[in-house]
Design a protein around this ligand. Sequence first.
Ligand code: PLP
Length: 401
Amino acid sequence: MKYNFDEIIDRSNNYAVKYDETKEKFGRDDLIPLWIADMDFKAADPIINALQERAMQGIYGYTSRPIEYFEAIKKWQLEKNNWEVDTSLMSHALGVLPMLANLMHTFLEKGDKVIIQPPVFHEFKNVIEAWDGEVVINQLIEDNGKYFIDFDDLRNKAKQGAKFMIVCNPHNPVGRVWSKEELETIANICIENNITIISDEIYSDIMLWGNKHTPMASISEEIRKHTITCTSSTKTFNLAGLQVATVIFPNVDMKNQYDTILKKIETYRNNAFSIVANTVAFTEGKEWFLEATTYIEENIKYAVDYINNNIPQIKVSIPDSTYLLWLDCRNLNLEGDDLVDFFVNKAQLALNDGRIFGEGGDGYMRINIACPRKILEKALYQLKNAVENYILDKYELISGC
Ligand SMILES: Cc1ncc(COP(=O)(O)O)c(C=O)c1O
């Protein structure tokens, strides 16, 4: 490997949300923070070099978006997903979440319904409600750690009308890569009911174990006409702080409506550094990205083996995608806040509480394993000790053994 992902990088001067906001969020700062979804890895050398070069120019004035910027995305999609994208249907956002907010702002009217599939990225619900939409729940079905779509329920809900369905493709937090057939079934239900699909593909590059991502809009021309695709370089290349994302519209009219809102709220431009990083990432970042994916796979194997062998009270499945593990902690028999309290105050870990992801999240915790192996080893060791010292002791007291 060219890159050393084992390197432990001090993020104390990094203004990292994951570290700097741990105390505010979890009440103490002596925790291993494995929550918000960025990586504790340095970015690819070509990106660092290009940013340094840009910084050394010393002029950071208003910045336009060169054609190479969108061309780089087009080329990446073609090479990676065999998907031919029209650059004239692309537009910008400060992130996929700002993009979702812009989409709601542009197209949603008070009371319009939007279907989501919890447990899912919590901000979907927040952003719909923030723009006065009504959230419609099509809860995923869990079967022995694997998640499936409840198509009967989706058909019923879709018939009752909705403006959008947000599909998390692939799915955060459960790690599913949806098959082409599953996506096609979703799309057909949406099309029959005149629902526009918003396909959030922010994690789509992080395909593990040779899995293949299917861009929703690539399935057929008919589906493309009903799909807005949200993409980004930020999860793939660990660039979230640069605040950049690209949306691909089904038609010019929708793009124009969206761009009008971007202009009205004056967030039409990129910042100077995001232009450079995004373009270089997609054109020169492949080696880093492939090595990072391998490291993530190794971390997942390590974590799953460790948990299965040492903490059998917690169930964990191997995800198809993402660098997130969805820990089923229901056998710890701790309810709600008590589970969070256990992770914070006994295991000294800052993870995401499964409840934030909505229906089906109670009793689960999400751990971000995109960190150097030594940190992961320490975190899991702390968890094992906490289970042995506090949970098993409790059982012994209860059962009188
Ligand atoms: C599915 C999904 N969409 C969007 C986002 C937010 O993306 P951004 O940082 O580009 O706003 C996240 C962040 O974790 C996510 O998991």
